[in-house]
Design a binder for this molecule. Structure first.
Ligand SMILES: *Cc1c(COP(=O)(O)O)cnc(C)c1O
Length: 292
């Protein structure tokens, strides 16, 4: 099943992040599509495949009102002729933001759940039927990890692969599909989300693998930001022409930049950074915040 055109994905060394000791390259999953980009395509592919095999007509999933997973699910369903329903955390907004507008344009129906009910996974009656195919919030699960494991890169070349971590599903998939010599480094975008290690471990094919996560680059928590982060993203864009998003990849590149500045990597390291997309999230920022 071909969801995306993998030919659009590039991997180029980035002079700005490289020096005589280390070479840093970026896997541009953000190029797949301006809105529905990045790791979400990969994480969804085997869920969609299973839903189609089970002849389901509708996919239901969960997320926040700015969730990349929600919009990607809506788009993937539209492409495959499936209906989609989104259970959205929080009260219905007076006006939909970009994410919900975009998801609605792909035909997604919404059900808004107060935060406490959402947390308890209290499913709204009548909104879901036994016929629907359910995907966890954020695509967390074995199939999501397997899909992320199909993210292709030159496994002979890179010793270190860096990625942003939300639920950790992508990171689990990268660990499951890596070569023995490769180290996967995750940059958590949530504050003090130390349970992520266990959540990742339960998706691993080999539960004894090391899990290396940085918890210092969340900028206050999920979707939180500071002028320092925004300044970095603008500087990074003006030097590299690579746009990043403020929820995931901006924090990832910021964190990596700090590690590079303090020379945390062995000489000769070849590092790959997964640009996991998410640029649609920037549409929720006030105009003029970013220079791109
Ligand atoms: C969802 C998302 C992630 C996090 O993926 P997880 O598998 O939940 O860790 C990272 N980057 C972007 C751009 C995303 O949209």
């Amino acid at each position: 099943m071909k969801i995306i055109d993998e030919d659009l994905i590039t991997t180029d060394p980035i002079a700005f992040l490289s020096n005589e000791d280390v070479e840093v390259s970026v896997l541009r999953l953000d190029k797949i599509h301006p809105v529905v980009s990045g790791n979400k395509w990969f994480k969804l592919r085997y869920y969609i495949q299973e839903a189609l095999e089970q002849q389901k007509r509708t996919i239901v999933t969960y997320g926040g009102a700015y969730s990349n997973h929600i919009v990607a699910t809506a788009a993937a369903c539209r492409i495959h002729g499936l209906k989609s329903k989104g259970i959205i955390r929080g009260e219905a907004p007076k006006q939909y933001g970009h994410t919900l507008q975009e998801a609605a344009s792909y035909g997604m129906e919404f059900c808004f759940l107060p935060r406490s009910d959402f947390k308890m996974k209290k499913l709204p009656e009548n909104f879901i039927t036994a016929e629907d195919y359910l995907i966890n919030e954020g695509g967390y699960g074995d199939k999501g990890a397997a899909g992320a494991g199909s993210i292709a890169y030159d496994k002979d070349k890179f010793d270190i692969v860096c990625c942003a971590a939300g639920t950790g599903t992508m990171m689990a998939g990268l660990i499951n599909s890596k070569r023995t010599h490769t180290k996967i480094l995750g940059f958590s975008v949530l504050k003090n989300n130390f349970s992520i290690e266990n959540e990742i471990r339960s998706l691993l094919l080999n539960p004894l693998e090391d899990i290396n996560i940085y918890h210092d680059f969340h900028f206050g928590g999920y979707a939180k930001r500071s002028p320092e982060l925004i300044d970095f993203m603008n500087m990074f864009y003006s030097v590299t022409r690579i746009p990043t998003d403020f929820v995931y990849t901006g924090k990832l590149f910021f964190g990596l930049y700090q590690l590079l500045k303090s020379r945390q990597f062995k000489a000769g390291s070849r590092i790959l950074v997964i640009h996991s997309g998410g640029l649609q999230g920037n549409l929720s920022l006030p105009k003029g915040t970013l220079i791109y």
